[in-house]
Design a protein around this ligand. Structure first.
Ligand SMILES: Cc1cc2nc3c(=O)[nH]c(=O)nc-3n(C[C@H](O)[C@H](O)[C@H](O)COP(=O)(O)OP(=O)(O)OC[C@H]3O[C@@H](n4cnc5c(N)ncnc54)[C@H](O)[C@@H]3O)c2cc1C
Length: 458
C-alpha cells in the first residue's frame, strides 16, 4: 500500500492533499460546475512523477484523473476521492526548425505551443482558444483554424510518449506500438498519460483572419452561402459560422454592443495578397455590420477570443457531426440561435473537410471522416443562478438540430457529462477496434475518467 508520504518521497513536483496550501487552487478546473475534492493532486514535474502517481492510484485502488489544460466540459481532469495527475507543470515546447517538428509536454496549452512555433514561422492545427490543452484536444482529434489545410491535430502527430496503466513509459508512433498510436489519435485519454507529443509543423506566420459580423436577419443567407462555399473554397481558408452577442470591443459600434449577430470567423493561411479575393463571397453575401479581419500573427488570432471564455464560467455543451446542412437544419439553427442567452454562449459550426477527408476513416481512431461539419452548442455563462435556463437552451437547440445532422455521433471533445451514453456512436465505426486496443493496454480500465471505452474483445 502506498501512502501520500511515500508518494511525496518518490516525486519531484508538489503533492497536495486536502488541507495543504494550494489545494483549492489546484483542484479547480475550468468548468465551474465541477466542485470536486481529490484525495491527492500530483503536480507532475516529469514522466517519472507520472509513473509514481499511476502506481499510487493502482496500488490504492483509487480513481485516476488526468489533467492537461483542464478544459474538459464534463470535468474529466478532476475527481472526488482519487488521484489527479496534474500535467500543467509539464508545458515546455521545443522546436526543431530543420525537421519542422515540435515536442510539447503533456500539460502544454495551445498558447504555449503557438508561441514557441511562431518564433520559426511555423504552426500545426490546434484549437481556437489559446488556454485549451494540447493534451485533451489532440487525443480527441483536434479541430481548429488550420484544419481544412493541415488536417486534424492528430493528422500531424508524429509520436507520443505514454505512461501506461501498468506504469511503464513507451513511445507510440507509426513504427513502435502502432496499435496504441492508432488509438491515441482520436481515442481520447483512454490509453495512458501522454507525457510528450511530437508534431509535424507547417509554414504559418502572418495570417489574414478575424470575425465578420452580419445582422441575424441575414443568417439564412450566410448559412446557405457557407454550406456551398466551404465545399470548394481554397483549403488554406479556415472559417466557421457562429452566433455572437457583440462584446464591447473597439471594432463594434458602441450602439450595437449587446446585440446578437451571426458571424463568420476566418483564418487565411495563404498568400496575403489573395485573402481579399478568397473572402469576397463572405463579404458579398450580406452587409458586414462590424468586422475585425486583417493580417495578424497566427497566435494573435488563437488568443483573440480568450477574453470571452475566461476560466470559472458554467459550461453545458452538446454536439453532433453533420453530414449536410439542410434548409430544415438552417431553420432550426435560426430559431434557437436567436435565443443565444449571453455573450459567452454560442453555437459554432466547424468545417471538417479538405485535408481531414484525405485521411481514411480507419487510418486513425477518428472515424467520422465523411462528415462535413462538427457542430457544438456551447452554453457558457457566469452566473450559477442561470444554470437551469441556459442548460435548457442548449438542450432545446440540440433537440431541434439533431434530427437533421445525419449522424448519431458527435465530437468526443464537445460532449457534456450526461452524454456518456453516446460514446459508442461518437467513436462510430472504430469503437470495436478501440475496445480491443483498450483491452491490450488498459484491461482494468484505470483510465476511465474520459469518454470511456470499455475494454472488450469485439
Ligand atoms: C473554451 C474552450 C474552447 C475549445 N475549443 C476547441 C477547439 O477549438 N477545437 C477542439 O477540437 N476542441 C476545443 N475544445 C474542446 C477541447 O478539445 C476539450 O475540452 C479537451 O478535452 C480539452 O483538453 P484539455 O487538455 O484542456 O482538458 P483536460 O480537462 O485536462 O483533459 C480532457 C481529457 O483529456 C485527457 N487528457 C488531457 N491531457 C492528457 C494527456 N497529456 N495524456 C492523457 N490524457 C490527457 C484527460 O484525462 C481528460 O479525459 C474547447 C474547449 C473549451 C472549454
Amino acid at each position: 500500500m502506498s501512502t501520500i508520504e511515500g508518494l511525496r518521497a518518490r516525486v519531484r513536483g508538489p503533492v497536495i492533499g486536502p488541507g495543504d496550501d494550494g489545494y483549492d487552487e489546484h483542484r479547480t478546473v475550468y468548468n465551474a460546475m465541477h466542485d470536486r475534492r481529490p484525495a491527492v493532486i500530483v503536480r507532475c514535474a516529469d514522466a517519472a512523477d507520472v509513473i509514481a502517481a499511476v502506481h499510487h492510484a493502482r496500488e490504492n485502488d483509487l480513481d485516476l484523473a488526468v489533467r492537461g489544460g483542464g478544459h474538459s466540459v464534463p470535468g474529466f481532469g478532476t475527481c472526488t476521492g482519487g488521484v489527479v495527475v496534474d500535467l500543467s507543470p509539464m508545458r515546455y515546447v521545443s522546436v526543431d526548425p530543420v525537421k519542422r517538428t515540435a515536442r510539447a509536454g503533456g500539460g502544454a496549452t495551445w498558447g504555449d505551443f503557438d508561441h514557441a512555433t511562431h518564433g520559426f514561422g511555423l504552426a500545426t492545427t490546434g484549437g481556437i482558444i489559446s488556454t485549451t490543452g494540447v493534451g485533451g484536444l489532440t487525443l480527441g482529434g483536434g479541430i481548429g483554424y488550420l484544419t481544412r489545410g493541415l488536417g486534424l491535430s492528430i493528422d500531424n502527430l508524429l509520436s507520443a510518449d505514454v505512461v501506461t496503466a501498468d506504469g511503464r513509459q513507451v513511445t507510440a508512433s507509426d513504427y513502435q506500438n502502432e496499435d496504441l498510436f492508432w488509438a491515441l489519435r482520436g481515442g481520447g485519454g483512454n490509453f495512458g498519460v501522454v507525457t510528450a507529443f511530437e508534431f509535424e509543423l507547417h509554414e504559418c506566420d502572418t495570417i489574414v483572419g478575424g470575425p465578420l459580423f452580419y445582422e441575424v436577419d441575414d443568417a439564412e443567407a450566410v448559412l446557405q452561402l457557407y454550406r456551398e462555399y466551404i465545399d470548394g473554397a481554397p483549403e488554406q481558408l479556415g472559417c466557421f459560422f457562429a452566433w455572437q452577442i457583440a462584446p464591447p470591443l473597439p471594432f463594434v459600434p458602441e450602439d450595437r454592443v449587446g446585440d446578437l449577430f451571426c458571424a463568420m470567423v476566418t483564418c487565411w493561411n495563404g498568400p496575403l495578397d489573395k485573402a481579399e479575393a478568397v473572402m469576397k463571397p463572405l463579404r458579398d453575401v450580406a452587409e458586414v455590420k462590424a468586422e475585425h479581419v486583417g493580417p495578424m500573427p497566427y497566435p494573435a488570432l488563437n488568443g483573440a477570443f480568450d477574453g470571452l471564455v475566461p476560466p470559472g464560467l458554467q459550461h453545458y455543451w452538446k454536439a453532433d457531426f453533420v453530414t449536410e446542412l439542410s434548409d430544415d437544419a438552417i431553420a432550426a439553427h435560426i430559431e434557437h440561435g436567436m435565443k443565444t442567452p449571453v455573450v459567452n454562449s454560442t453555437m459554432h459550426l466547424y468545417p471538417i473537410n479538405g485535408a481531414v477527408h484525405r485521411v481514411g476513416p480507419d487510418e486513425t481512431a477518428f472515424g467520422h471522416r465523411d462528415k462535413k461539419f462538427a457542430a457544438v452548442i456551447a452554453g457558457m455563462w457566469p452566473d450559477p443562478a442561470d444554470n437551469e435556463a441556459n442548460t435548457q437552451w442548449v438542450r432545446d437547440y440540440y433537440a431541434a438540430i439533431h434530427p437533421h445532422s445525419g449522424s448519431d455521433g458527435g465530437y468526443i471533445n464537445f460532449m457534456a457529462e450526461d452524454d456518456a451514453h453516446r460514446t459508442e456512436a461518437n467513436f462510430g465505426r472504430n469503437y470495436g477496434r478501440l475496445a480491443q486496443v483498450k483491452a491490450a493496454w488498459d484491461p482494468d480500465n484505470l483510465f476511465h475518467l474520459n469518454q470511456n471505452i470499455e475494454p472488450g474483445s469485439r
